[in-house]
Design a binder for this molecule. Structure first.
Ligand code: CA
Length: 526
């Protein structure tokens, strides 16, 4: 990064005349030293605070929050984002919710599962929490990454919510790292991604493991727990049914959705608001049809059937909220934790952008994000910036948790986007999105511009994880204008001094936060 920063510093000095205008380019303001700078929108914020207060007066309680997080679903998979029926898997329920809600077209995740899931719950970039990549079977973690972290689940639980994680966790399996150890009142789901479970039961794909007794015995020693787990904060952790076949794996999401729906019905009658983080097992490779309704999509391919199945589940969950009479008091977010995994093609999603899961190209990190809240969110679409770290601030604000009370010894990367989401014509409060790959600062987006100081280069078609390189760029950072070049193919060049200077300064400011707030290393090979 040093060479890049030197170049940027040089560009800044060349563009000194533009320095005076920098305030215009960069609209964000630092409210607190350990918080990400945000674009102030006092009037928008005032209106939204009033809207929330009026709702609370009507309902007598804080709003429910329901996150529906799909796994490895691409930006272009849902019909609302240009996919759906035309690519063989119609998503009528999700599309309807998108039409009636807020559809974001510039929402960002991290490049893989674990980092994104960590940001949603901590409001901090993975490089700060140490959760920089998925924890896999056989990994030797040197330190509990959750030690010293404060999750939104914990804060909401303290604020009187029933907090629950249903489905895939992927943020640590040992005691101290499980959902019900890090703030959730209840956990009902699986610790790993579905491939880590199904590889033990899929002889077509893993015959060299399954048909070899010694190897299988060794695998059993390191494989993640493949039971459905029901755990309670400060209480029991029960192992329920074990997945012992690909058919069981195919049925897993139905089991999870049945549970979420039964809890919605139960909790709707109680006094406590709920925070449910429902994380689908699908559509992470390897995908298996639910044997009770095989071939659900027009395409008939397993990945596509998983997309159709997710849509069916979203429809059923929506119906449950409607029947329980709590749609007006429940914020719903439908999203994905990263771009499509292309290495597993054709068990893969679709993105119109360059790159895929595992990269910081748009294809890896730009994800669908639909907010829905009956009566509180006007139907609209926005191309302004949102990062899934911002979900942390949104959940805190809705629950009435004082963000000023967050620890001052930690750096927070989220921006409070509540007013952007809930105002009828809300503008984003986020000026920049930073893209990391492990402990490497890769890129930054500001308005329609994105600069890369490092890039992931695939060495074969679709091989973004299994055959790729991380590389420094040359003398100039690669600067793309995403409005005229959404596929990041043709850099607009180093002559764009104004943007290079401004974004270079932002990158430097961002990098500088790590001096006072150093990153955490938990032994994930960084
Ligand atoms: Ca994922």
């Amino acid at each position: 990064m040093t060479k890049r920063l030197l170049f940027i510093a040089l560009t800044i000095s060349i563009a000194t005349g533009l320095f005076a205008q920098e305030a215009k380019f960069d609209r964000s303001v630092k409210f607190k030293e350990n918080f990400e700078a945000a674009i102030p929108h006092p009037e928008q914020d005032r209106i939204v605070s009033q809207k929330l207060a009026e709702l609370e007066e009507r309902t007598g309680k804080k709003p429910n929050i329901l996150l529906l997080v799909a796994d490895d679903v691409g930006y272009g998979d849902f019909g609302a984002y240009g996919g759906g029926a035309q690519i063989g898997a119609a998503t009528p329920n999700i599309d309807q919710i998108a039409t009636e809600g807020l559809k974001l077209t510039a929402a960002y995740s991290q490049h893989t599962c674990t980092p994104t899931r960590a940001t949603i719950l901590t409001g901090r970039l993975p490089v700060r929490s140490g959760l920089t990549r998925p924890i896999l079977a056989g990994d030797n973690i040197t330190k509990n990454p959750w030690e010293g972290e404060l999750s939104s689940a914990e804060l909401l639980s303290e604020a009187g919510y029933h907090t629950m994680l249903v489905g895939k966790w992927h943020l640590g399996e040992p005691t101290g790292m499980r959902p019900h150890d890090v703030g959730f009142d209840e956990f009902y789901g699986y610790y790993p991604a579905q491939k880590e479970i199904s590889q033990g039961y899929d002889p077509r794909r893993y015959p060299d493991l399954i048909y070899n007794e010694d190897r299988y015995a060794a695998f059993e020693g390191i494989k993640p727990d493949d039971h459905l787990i029901h755990g309670f904060k400060g209480g029991e952790t029960n192992k329920l049914d074990q997945v012992t076949s690909t058919e069981d794996m195919g049925r897993a999401d139905q089991v999870l959705v049945d549970f979420t729906i039964s809890k919605i019905k139960e909790l709707a009658k109680g006094d406590k608001p709920f925070f449910i983080d429902h994380c689908f097992m699908k559509a992470h490779a390897d995908n298996f049809d639910n044997p009770d309704y095989p071939g659900l999509s027009a395409s008939k391919y397993p990945y596509k059937n998983s997309i159709a199945e997710i849509d069916k589940h979203v429809g059923d969950i929506y119906k449950a909220l409607e029947e329980a009479g709590i749609l007006e008091n429940t914020l719903i977010l439908i999203t994905s934790d990263n771009g499509p995994q292309m290495d597993s093609w054709p068990d893969s999603g679709y993105t119109p952008f360059r790159g895929a899961k595992g990269t910081t190209w748009e294809g890896g990190v730009r994800i669908p994000a639909i907010f829905y809240w009956k009566g509180m969110i006007a139907p609209r679409e926005s191309a302004e910036l949102f990062d899934l770290t911002d979900v942390f601030g949104l959940t805190l604000r809705l629950a009435g948790v004082d963000q000023n009370s967050l620890p001052s010894d930690k750096y927070y990367d989220y921006v409070d986007q509540t007013s952007f989401i809930l105002h009828d014509e809300g503008e984003s409060n986020r000026e920049t999105v930073y893209f990391w790959w492990g402990t490497e600062l890769m890129a930054c987006r500001m308005k329609e511009y994105k600069i890369h100081v490092k890039v992931i280069q695939e060495q074969s078609t679709h091989m973004y994880i299994d055959k790729s390189l991380i590389q420094d760029v040359g003398l100039a950072p690669w600067l793309f204008n995403l409005y005229i070049d959404p596929k990041e193919e043709i850099p607009v060049g180093h002559r764009r001094n104004a943007w290079l200077a401004t974004m270079g300064a932002k990158l430097k400011q961002h990098a500088a936060t790590f001096r006072k707030y150093p990153p955490k290393d938990v032994g994930l090979g960084n």
